[in-house]
Design a binder for this molecule. Structure first.
Ligand code: PFF
Length: 462
């Protein structure tokens, strides 16, 4: 094995990769998307997207990284030459840089939201002893998002913690943290679930989550509402890709630390299943909790930071449950942030010949720049706007609606049309797969994913 870092165990790799996938997307975003898009029917569409598309994209990305065994910027060139195809170095460079730009921009937004979870974790922890914090009041959240200083402090704490873990390396940092935190996350989820399911009226939320309402996704006795269905479908596609951490070089980089003997078909199945399981558990916690108090599940992004604190405040032992829930959210988000740092750090180590410590510092510095910019704009300290939005919302919009999809289109087209043979050959080194699997993977990469992603981008502008 070369001097390139590598995972020390299969379990470590699966947990670290699942740790990247499981994050705010599962616990914050997924329940409100289910709430807004008709409950169980959305879940069914989502399941199809995860197993029909996300899984194959993940297999492609992990194999791409493992075949290239380098950083994301050089990866395109390496695979193109393995495929004996000539591509202009500019294309590889652009693909790689776009991926990294996503990571830098999104990390600014991600850190801000992790800061909020840390805030609620601290406040609810204090409530365990002093009962002095009114975290359920709407003003608490409004005050938080308008305070530059508090958010800066909390975000910086998260950045320092992440940088510390990344500086320890793949085995002693990322993998070790995943080995401790991921089991803790699952224990917390199950404990929370049991508590919520015994709430009176929780069954209404379970019914909402588990019994399909076809009309909500466009199927009714009067026919099919194609517009509504495509909106739901594309929301599910976008969420499944985001949840599987596609589009930022994370899966590529984590794959590049793998030995060729790993069975990627099985490993990807584990990662997808763990990710999905957490989304479903989060839905089963958040929605019944909301229904138990006759609240609306369709409030959107505020569900976690405005609706749930109210639920906890009105629940027996709510201080403890609030603390456990926000701790859970914090752990999930931290392991994702760690993964966003790694592709950048790996690139700086390779390209700028920096030590891991220096490369980590540079990544953290870039993260701080975008975080502070987002924060200054969110708290109205600067009035600079991008497309009529403050920078926090603009960064979120650019990555979520445009650049992540754009990067994925570039990657899929590359994997499907240029690098398919070496990527497939690498995949086959540890896994058995039928011709049907191969053909379907190729069709997903060449046509289906680029097509859906293009529509996703167009929809963002309409
Ligand atoms: N998958 C993470 C989540 O669901 O919160 C978000 C994410 C992390 C997206 C890392 C992309 C990424 F590279």
């Amino acid at each position: 094995m070369s001097s390139r870092a590598h995972w020390s165990s299969r379990l470590g790799f699966i947990l670290a990769t699942a740790g990247s996938a499981i994050g705010l997307g599962n616990i914050w975003r997924f329940p409100y998307l289910v709430g807004q898009n008709g409950g169980c029917s959305f879940l069914i569409v989502y399941l199809c997207c995860v197993f029909g598309l996300g899984y194959f994209m993940l297999v492609g990305k992990l194999s791409f990284g493992r075949a290239a065994k380098t950083n994301i910027v050089d990866g395109f060139q390496t695979i193109a030459s393995q495929a004996q195809k000539n591509i202009s170095p500019t294309w590889g460079f652009l693909g790689g840089m776009l991926t990294l730009l996503n990571a830098i921009i999104i990390s600014g937004v991600y850190v801000t939201v992790i800061g909020w979870t840390l805030f609620y974790t601290f406040e609810s922890f204090q409530n365990l002893f002093f009962f002095t914090k009114n975290i359920h009041e709407q003003t608490t959240f409004n005050n938080l998002i308008s305070s530059f200083e508090i958010q800066l402090f909390l975000g910086t704490l998260c950045i320092l913690l992440t940088a510390f873990i990344i500086s320890k390396g793949v085995k002693k940092g990322i993998e070790r943290v995943a080995l401790y935190l991921m089991p803790l996350l699952f224990i917390l989820l199950v404990v929370m679930l049991i508590r919520i399911l015994v709430l009176p009226n929780a069954e209404k939320g379970i019914a909402f989550f588990l019994s399909p309402n076809w009309a909500a996704i466009g199927f009714s006795s009067e026919g099919i509402d194609f517009k509504l269905f495509s909106k739901v479908l594309l929301t599910a596609v976008g969420q499944s890709f985001y949840s599987l951490s596609l589009g930022m070089g994370v899966m590529f980089t984590y794959g590049s630390y793998l030995a060729n003997t790993n069975d990627l078909k099985k490993d990807a199945r584990w990662i997808v299943s763990l990710d999905l399981m957490v989304s479903i558990l989060a839905g089963l916690i958040v929605l019944p909790a909301v229904f138990a108090f006759n609240l609306e599940p369709t409030t959107g992004a505020g569900l976690t930071f405005m609706t749930l604190p109210y639920v906890f405040a009105n629940m027996w032992g709510g201080e403890l449950w609030a603390f456990l829930f926000y701790l859970l959210l914090f752990i999930a988000a931290l392991t994702s942030l760690i993964s966003i740092y790694e592709p950048l750090t790996a690139l700086f180590i390779d390209k700028l010949k920096l030590t891991r410590n220096k490369a980590t510092l540079l990544t953290a510095f870039l993260n701080i720049c975008f975080f502070v910019l987002a924060l200054l704009s969110l708290t109205k300290k600067i009035h600079f706007q991008l497309m009529g939005k403050n920078l926090f919302d603009a960064f979120d919009w650019i990555t979520g609606s445009v650049s992540l999809s754009l990067t994925m289109i570039v990657c899929c087209l590359f994997m499907g049309w240029i690098g398919f043979i070496p990527i497939w050959r690498n995949f086959r080194r540890g896994s058995r797969a039928s011709r049907v699997f191969r053909t379907y993977l190729k069709i997903v990469l060449q046509f289906i994913a680029p097509f859906l992603l293009t529509i996703l981008i167009l929809m963002a502008f309409i």
